[in-house]
Design a protein around this ligand. Structure first.
Ligand SMILES: N[C@@H](CCC(=O)N[C@@H](CS)C(=O)NCC(=O)O)C(=O)O
Length: 216
């Protein structure tokens, strides 16, 4: 199987996680951010992640890919429950964290941004969404302060480092870890000890590296 991704894409991290967590072989292919021909050929639109199955069919949608890999290879490992408090936390933080992430992604040396045309494509598209990248970078501290205010609640909700709900790996991990992993590209966040422990453990289990050593 082949998994088409962008390294920074949180939906792609969801898909990468299930293969890592289940120790399933998959070839990960990082597309250029301005390559629309490849995804359009595979699934008819410009989107990642895309799983190309061994039978030659292609599947988009991160949670469909997660479900497919979980249910068709070995024992099912994921519980499908997401606590409403976790859902609310992700929605709240998801409402502002792109102001921190998007301007940094193009500076991390990621495979999807190895050409200037890919950087320009992303910058133009996402500037329409969050505003000027340089201005957002300059405003980082206000968003970091918000995160630092939101982290204590998450810290209370995290019940174990290897499974957010404390009982079983679940869709909570599949949806929460990608957000936290992407935030490791931001310098100056006050990672509380159990959240830090959670991202390190989940990174090791899912084999999705953090950005900590290249944080900006
Ligand atoms: N609902 C989709 C959303 C996937 C998605 O929005 N992917 C983004 C990248 S993070 C994308 O491909 N955007 C199109 C583009 O980059 O032009 C899923 O869960 O897989």
């Amino acid at each position: 199987m082949k998994l088409y991704i962008y390294d920074h894409c949180p939906y792609c991290v969801r898909a990468r996680m299930i293969f890592g967590l289940k120790n399933l072989p998959v070839e990960q292919i990082i597309l250029a951010n301005d390559d629309d021909a490849t995804p359009v050929k595979l699934v008819g639109k410009k989107v990642v992640p895309i799983l190309l199955k061994d039978d030659g069919t292609a599947m988009p949608e991160s949670l469909d890919i997660v479900k497919y890999a979980d249910e068709n290879f070995g024992e099912k490992i994921l519980d499908e429950t997401v606590r409403p408090e976790i859902d609310a936390w992700m929605k709240r933080v998801g409402g502002y964290y792109n102001h921190l992430l998007l301007p940094r992604f193009v500076q991390l040396g990621l495979g999807e941004f190895s050409s200037q045309s890919a950087v320009d494509y992303f910058t133009k598209k996402k500037t329409e969404f969050i505003g000027d990248f340089a201005e957002n970078l300059a405003a980082s501290q206000q968003y970091i302060d918000r995160l630092n205010r939101d982290f204590p609640e998450l810290s209370q909700l995290l019940k174990a480092q290897d499974k957010a709900n404390g009982e079983q790996l679940s869709l909570e991990d599949i949806m929460l870890f990608p957000m936290l992993r992407n935030l490791t590209c931001v310098n100056g966040i006050d990672w509380l000890p159990n959240i830090q422990g959670y991202i390190e453990k989940m990174s090791a289990l899912s084999r999705v590296p953090l950005y900590t050593n290249r944080a900006i």
